[in-house]
Design a binder for this molecule. Structure first.
Ligand SMILES: Nc1ncnc2c1ncn2[C@@H]1O[C@H](COP(=O)(O)OP(=O)(O)O)[C@@H](O)[C@H]1O
Ligand SMILES: [Mg+2]
Length: 229
């Protein structure tokens, strides 16, 4: 019974948050429009003013990003699970994220098992998870480093599972932060929100996939998604 009340409370909070954020978005778009408008006359403005317009635009982008993440998180699924190729979804994610990696001169290596059976997933949600994880790997990496994405089959006696993983050779996770990351909404970045991994976890739960990571501080990290076949 307590669980039921708790769940109801969470549903209500989710709905309130979603409608609140939708409300916030309108005035926010007005601010953005005005800033864009001011920026159009950049040439007539002093350097200092242009700089503060630019930093306001960046701040806008961050707010917008956080709102989008939270809205995704509170959104209910209507899509159903269907058989899809995890390699294809990863390719799509890479097309989307390619330029972000290129800006840091990061090379993304693909080690795909081409003979994987289909997985049961919600394509757009899995795409979002994969983009998030690759994006975190890029953010953790220093310029010109490498990221490896692997897909493969794990066969243990009678269970067959598909493993997707992204490995980076970046900053790694401080031992003291591991628990905080698992608890959620933790960020070690000055511009971070700590929402990304929580969204990943919730979307993967919905698809009944496992989500794991391990990391060596100062050496790099691996994030895994595991699907039952
Ligand atoms: N690939 C990674 N390498 C090192 N730390 C990571 C990696 N991915 C996630 N983290 C840690 O987990 C935290 C939470 O990630 P996330 O939920 O995506 O939020 P954000 O990226 O906004 O900080 C990050 O701030 C970082 O400390
Ligand atoms: Mg992130």
């Amino acid at each position: 019974m307590d669980d039921l009340i708790q769940n109801n409370k969470l549903t209500i909070i989710g709905k309130l948050t979603a409608s609140l954020l939708h409300e916030v978005r309108n005035p926010l778009s007005a601010i953005k429009l005005n800033l864009d408008y001011m920026k159009m006359s950049e040439k007539e403005l002093s350097g200092e003013i242009v700089e503060s317009i630019n930093s306001s635009l960046e701040a806008f982008d961050r707010i917008n990003h956080i709102i989008a993440d939270i809205l995704d998180f509170t959104k209910k699924t209507s899509a159903s699970l269907k058989g899809t190729s995890i390699n294809k979804i990863t390719e799509r994610a890479l097309e989307i994220i390619y330029s972000t990696a290129a800006k840091k001169g990061i090379l993304i290596e693909k080690h795909f098992d081409e003979n994987l059976p289909p997985i049961n997933a919600i394509e757009n949600k899995l795409l979002q998870v994969i983009i998030n994880l690759i994006n975190n790997a890029i953010e953790a990496s220093s310029n010109k480093s490498k990221i490896i994405i692997r897909t493969g089959l794990i066969e243990n006696s009678d269970v067959r599972k598909i493993k997707w993983e992204v490995e980076d050779f970046g900053c790694g996770i401080k031992p003291g932060d591991v628990q905080k990351i698992k608890q959620g909404y933790f960020t070690s970045k000055s511009e971070g929100s700590g929402v990304g991994l929580m969204v990943c976890k919730s979307l993967l739960d919905e698809m009944k996939a496992e989500f794991l990571f391990d990391s060596v501080y100062g050496k790099g990290s691996k994030f895994y998604i595991i699907f039952k076949v």
